[in-house]
Write a protein that binds this ligand. Structure first.
Ligand SMILES: Cc1cc2nc3c(=O)[nH]c(=O)nc-3n(C[C@H](O)[C@H](O)[C@H](O)COP(=O)(O)OP(=O)(O)OC[C@H]3O[C@@H](n4cnc5c(N)ncnc54)[C@H](O)[C@@H]3O)c2cc1C
Length: 551
């Protein structure tokens, strides 16, 4: 069992351009010491599967690695041609990653066994993205009543009370599960099995007392909430994302440990639905892994909405006093709340999968995969949160798709998951979104960059619609190469995708500038940022003289 303490660090690892490519996982099952003619480095005897191929390679040397990949690929394909398996594809876990693999694979005509121990849709559908956004939307609607006077409407004497918000959430999720997700599985030809799977060997898994074989397995088992080792916490009935959406009602007061995406989203949702919320966390500001000004903006907004934020606080102890949960901090403060939500990281617990018997290596950061999402056993892939690269639903779905395509495609037609940008959004109000390099990453890497920013408060549409908080900020080269973009404000989650497309396709800012954006949309600010960059270029006396001459 391993603990990933910083959920946010894992959750928003955002800069694929800076990501170090993982060392190729070579499926090594035996070692020998040889001497490479050129590099004189130590080498290994690589056995791609335990049964057949044996090839001597220098595993540090790219040509040897490439040779080994090609060779073992041929051997594995040959082997599988003569082996008989019940299924072509075995998928363990049916969250976004597992659903992508299993639905795509069965649509492609492969025989699929899909196993889920809890609920279709995984964390995202049942205890993550969907219920959290639904609760945020209820909170947003209620909060709007407190702003009626800003929109030339008479103010309401009393805000509407939440009526059964969690039952309503439950109904939404049941509806989506029954009418949409299950229906999607009914349309495809696959075998769905309920239960907890664990490996017997690389091609066999057991579920209860039954075993099944498959040519390739895809581990899509995600993560679990991590609970920090706080003295006394065991004796407290704390909430995590797995239980918070099953409350009976909005508590009068809520303490939250953790100031990352989940902590911030839940803080605003519960506060706007009537709870007195306090966030306690160890980092110097909220959203510690975003650009610092994002956390600062949220802190200001939260302060206005009555959410108390205590940065840089370690929790010394937790206990009950009567019905209240009491937390003591390392600043000798005491906080009381009716409920406590722990949103302090994600846990990589793969112990139940018996990965050792399948030859799959893992660590506290997740299951080890190569750039093609293959584990240390070449027949087994591990897309999604379980590999720890990005703890995001869309990344999990994307990796599921890539892993399946990599399993089908012959070498060298394979997809490197790290080459795709991963935009992310924290769905608070204002939302915070980012794609590409963070500003501090550019600084740390000594990359010269310019900042071009357009504020919502300077945009007529944002002012008129009462959304004047935030800005679009692009980090770019002089020549307009886009390194990264962060957006704080209304519509950030939608607007960031345009930048993701631009960065992934190596477009320059001029492409955004020449694209007409519908007006008055918030994404018009994207275009304005690119115009700012162009205007900055036009400050050059040389360019000005050329313009005058041409004119
Ligand atoms: C409160 C909250 C809000 C979030 N909001 C967002 C958001 O807005 N946007 C976003 O992109 N991401 C969000 N996330 C993250 C998102 O939920 C995850 O990134 C995503 O669900 C990961 O997908 P996955 O398929 O890798 O794993 P999961 O969704 O975790 O699915 C794994 C599945 O595997 C099953 N499983 C595990 N072990 C076994 C086994 N041995 N046998 C059978 N089944 C097994 C589990 O039961 C689970 O259903 C949020 C998370 C939380 C907690």
């Amino acid at each position: 069992m391993f603990v990933e303490n910083q959920f946010t660090s894992q959750e928003i690892v955002t800069s694929p351009l800076t990501r170090k490519r993982p060392r190729p996982a070579l499926g090594l099952t035996g070692t020998a010491t040889l001497t490479h003619a050129v590099t004189q480095t130590s080498a290994r005897l690589s056995l791609s599967t335990q049964r057949t191929s044996a090839l001597v390679v220098c595993w540090r040397c790219p040509p040897c690695y490439t040779l080994e990949v090609a060779f073992t690929d041929i051997i594995i394909r040959f082997e599988r041609g003569i082996m008989r398996y019940e299924y072509d594809v075995g998928v363990i876990g049916l969250g976004p990653a597992g659903m992508a693999v299993s639905v795509m694979a069965s649509n492609m005509g492969l025989r699929v066994l899909a196993i889920e121990r809890r609920a279709l849709g995984g964390e995202c559908m049942n205890v993550g993205c969907i219920p959290s956004k639904s609760l945020l939307q209820m909170a947003h609607v209620r909060h709007t009543f407190s702003r009626t006077s800003e929109f030339a409407l008479s103010s309401v004497a009393k805000l509407p009370d939440p009526i059964d918000p969690f039952q309503t959430l439950g109904r939404h999720i049941r509806f989506i599960n029954e009418r949409k997700t299950t229906k999607m599985f009914e349309k495809v030809d696959l075998k769905l099995r309920e239960g907890s799977a664990s490996f017997v060997n690389a091609h066999t898994i057991s579920i209860g007392n039954k075993t099944h074989t498959a040519k390739r397995f895809f581990i899509c088992t995600g993560t679990q909430p991590s609970v920090p080792p706080i003295p006394g916490l065991d004796s407290v009935d704390y909430l995590t994302n797995e239980t918070v959406f099953q409350l009976d009602s909005i508590p009068e007061s809520l303490l939250i440990i953790g100031g990352g995406a989940i902590g911030c989203e839940m803080a605003q949702a519960f506060s706007r639905l009537g709870a007195k919320v306090t966030i306690l966390h160890v980092d110097p500001h909220l959203l510690p892994h975003a650009d610092w000004d994002a956390g600062k903006t949220l802190e200001d907004v939260f302060a206005k909405e009555g959410i108390a934020v205590y940065n840089g606080r370690g929790i010394r102890s937790a206990a009950y006093e009567g019905n209240a949960v009491v937390l003591q901090t390392d600043h000798n403060e005491t906080f009381r709340g009716e409920q406590l939500l722990v949103a302090a990281g994600r846990l990589h617990d793969h112990s139940g999968l018996n990965l050792e018997d399948a030859g799959v290596e893992y660590s506290r950061a997740g299951i080890r995969v190569d750039s093609h999402l293959r584990t240390t056993n070449r027949s087994i892939y591990a897309p999604g949160d379980c590999n720890g690269a990005f703890l995001l639903s869309h990344a999990a779905m994307h990796q599921g798709m890539l892993a399946l395509m990599n399993a089908i495609a012959p070498w060298p037609i394979r997809f490197d998951y790290a080459k795709y940008v991963v935009p992310w959004t924290v769905f608070t109000d204002p939302a915070v979104a980012h794609v590409g390099w963070l500003e501090r990453e550019l600084k740390e890497s000594d990359i010269p960059y310019e900042v071009h920013e357009e504020k919502y408060e300077d945009y007529g549409a944002a002012i008129a619609e009462g959304m004047a908080i935030g800005s679009v900020r692009a980090y770019v080269s002089k020549a307009g190469r886009i390194y990264g973009v962060r957006i704080i404000g209304q519509g950030a989650g939608e607007m960031i995708n345009e930048w993701g497309l631009a960065i992934q396709n190596r477009m320059r800012l001029s492409k955004i500038m020449f694209l007409q954006h519908s007006f008055p949309s918030m994404s018009f600010l994207n275009k304005r940022v690119s115009e700012r960059w162009m205007m900055k270029r036009m400050e050059s006396p040389f360019l000005k003289s050329i313009v005058r001459w041409l004119y």
